[in-house]
Write a new protein. Structure first.
Length: 622
């Protein structure tokens, strides 16, 4: 009974999964005019289609519909090096249709720079057109059976969009990786295959349509895959510049490279081939080109053609319809609020030639920055009022550590507003003791920027002196004594006003330096000697301790302040041994008639006791 119920559950689960559907009955003209192109102004002609049926084999070209499967494109055209009817999922096994009798494509081989006859099983759709704009584009997804955590390392099945200007003879391949001239091939977009090949352009790979045992790669279960192919890319856009009015030929071609096994496909999104008006990509925070709230942003047709009229609309999110924007009939539109904007164009009276395009404009909220950053402080040891500042030390204080914000520094407000004449580290202040620069904070996800004033302060390093050593006698012979370290303060400060400075004593130099380095920002003197007035040396006989002198809060100096600036002096501690007295072996005697008595025989004389110092000290007179 359990097995029976499980089988029913799996059956209903499988039946509930949607895959794409295919229509392979359309002609080349129908595929181009009814599916691919979205403009009534496109002048297209001379439709050519070639696929396996030209060689007595499978049809590799047709139309597809997502059929609620979740495939990224709702509908469009598919070109494959195999049977187009094998494209729908689930991914139940390898599809590998076609033999070497189904020829490759010499134009594709030229684009790829591979030897002649190295491609097989080519399918292409070709037509002529005359553009009315200076740029064309369309969206596509590449998919392949080569994606199996193995063959993507070596088999370079490929796709090309070959654009030929019939007037100039210039040939371009528009099917390239974004911002490059790298062709679209399986071996150019892949995740790492451990032990076989490294990842390359993996940001353009969407998913595997089966689990190939590598937990590091994205995949969907084979049973739920909308398409049969083992892997697919993200949606990519082919774009190219054209000359309005020139005649062009477009050839969309796919083929297997190196063999005729393991099928390859490209899905072209319906209506994405734009030959009419083009407002460009959406303006969003995610794409990094969103304007800032409160700014004006201009959208429009980059190169309007003569005789074209325009009308602008904005999407009403309540009704789902576009509302007309009265009076907005220029080729550009200035917008200040987020929304989806549409332009409708028409060319000539009564021609019926018109096109529309939409663009979504998102506004980014103003930057969140610290408008009152703490000043940068330089502690000046030569009292000239100038110092080298590392301006970017203030970045985190200004941005709060936001990784989407970058900071540049400028010598004037005007330069900061315009992004001119960036200051570089280290920067020396122009005015002695106090100066100001301006930080320009820019967002990497929008056009927003903010300008913040940053103060620079030069403060005085305490001009301290090395104190005299402290010495105590060793009264019990252990080399230890209790010192009052505070007795060294006058010697350290010299002529400095003791009310303007705080002193701390440390047993270790590193602790004193660490505390001094924090004095400007986060004072911490917890490692200082707790009771400097009664400190017992830890090294018998002699020891060095360190006196940290810090400008006190609110301190006043002749030039300004020393607050937070510090210096360190060494203080030597000595525990001297007590002298060892020696008992003289002979008495110190004088005759009664010697000088010093008041009269002979009066038993009075003058003794020079210092003459016996050597006897009682054992000869050590140091």
């Amino acid at each position: 009974m359990k097995k029976f119920l499980l089988s029913i559950f799996l059956l209903f689960s499988y039946v509930g999964i949607s895959q794409i559907t295919i229509d392979d009955s359309l002609t080349a003209q129908q595929l181009v005019e009814d599916i691919l192109i979205n403009s009534t102004c496109a002048d297209v002609s001379n439709f050519v289609l070639s696929t396996g049926t030209n060689f007595g084999q499978a049809n590799g070209i047709g139309a597809f519909d997502a059929n609620g499967s979740g495939f990224p494109f709702a509908s469009g055209i598919i070109l494959t090096s195999g049977d187009v009817n094998d494209a729908p999922g689930p991914n139940g096994g390898t599809v590998s249709v076609g033999t070497s009798a189904w020829e490759g494509d010499t134009d594709l081989e030229t684009i790829l720079g591979v030897p002649a006859n190295s491609t097989n099983n080519a399918s292409f759709l070709e037509f002529d057109f005359v553009p009315n704009v200076d740029e064309i584009s369309f969206n596509f997804i590449m998919a392949s059976e080569e994606y199996d955590q193995n063959f993507e390392c070596t088999f370079s099945d490929a796709f090309a969009f070959i654009l030929t200007d019939q007037a100039t003879g210039v040939v371009q391949n528009l099917a390239v990786l974004p911002g490059t001239t790298t062709p679209i091939q399986v071996t150019n977009i892949r995740y790492e295959v451990p032990g076989q090949c490294a990842a390359i352009n993996e940001e353009y790979f969407e998913q595997y349509n089966a689990d190939f045992g590598n937990p590091a790669v994205p995949f969907v279960p084979a049973a739920t895959a909308p398409i049969e192919y083992n892997g697919q890319t993200v949606s990519l856009t082919a774009m190219g510049s054209v000359i309005a009015g020139n005649p062009y030929t477009i050839k969309l071609v796919v083929a297997d490279d190196g063999d005729s096994a393991f099928d390859f496909a490209v899905f072209l999104e319906e209506g994405s081939f734009n030959l009419g008006v083009d407002l460009g990509p959406d303006v969003t925070i995610d794409s990094g080109n969103a304007p800032c709230e409160g700014e004006e942003y201009t959208i429009g047709v980059a190169n309007p053609t003569a005789g074209t009229t325009y009308q602008w609309y904005v999407l009403n999110t309540t009704t789902g319809m576009y509302d007309i924007l009265p009076g907005e009939t220029n080729s550009t539109l200035v917008v200040t609020t987020e929304g989806t904007y549409q332009v409708e164009t028409s060319q000539g009276s009564g021609t019926g030639c018109g096109a529309t395009d939409e663009v979504f404009v998102e506004f980014s909220p103003p930057l969140t920055v610290n408008d009152s950053p703490s000043p940068l402080v330089y502690c000046d040891s030569d009292s000239d009022g100038f110092g080298e500042f590392f301006l970017h030390d203030a970045d985190a204080d200004i941005t709060g550590g936001d990784p989407d914000l970058t900071v540049t520094y400028h010598g004037s407000l005007l330069n900061a507003e315009n992004g001119f004449l960036e200051l570089v580290d280290p920067y020396m202040n122009d005015n002695p003791y106090s100066d100001v620069v301006w930080a320009r904070v820019e967002s990497s996800v929008s056009t927003c920027y903010s300008v913040v004033e940053l103060a620079l302060e030069v403060r005085d390093t305490p001009a301290t002196q090395a104190p005299d050593p402290l010495r105590l006698c060793d009264d019990d012979g252990d080399g230890l004594q209790v010192f009052d370290l505070t007795l060294s303060a006058p010697g350290v400060l010299g002529g400095l006003d003791p009310s303007q400075y705080d002193l701390y004593w440390y047993a270790e130099l590193a602790d004193a330096v660490a505390a001094g380095d924090l004095a400007l920002t986060a004072p911490d003197y917890s490692q200082a000697i707790a009771s400097p007035g009664s400190y017992q040396n830890v090294v018998p006989g002699s020891q060095t301790v360190y006196v940290l002198v810090v400008g006190a809060p609110g301190s006043v100096t002749a030039q300004g302040t020393a607050e937070g600036c510090y210096s360190i002096e060494e203080l030597e501690l000595f525990v001297d041994p007590l002298p060892a007295a020696v008992q003289p072996t002979e008495a110190y005697e004088l005759c009664d008639d010697e000088v010093g008595g008041s009269a002979p025989d009066d038993q009075v004389s003058t003794f020079d006791l210092t003459s016996r110092n050597g006897l009682v000290t054992g000869g050590d007179l140091s």
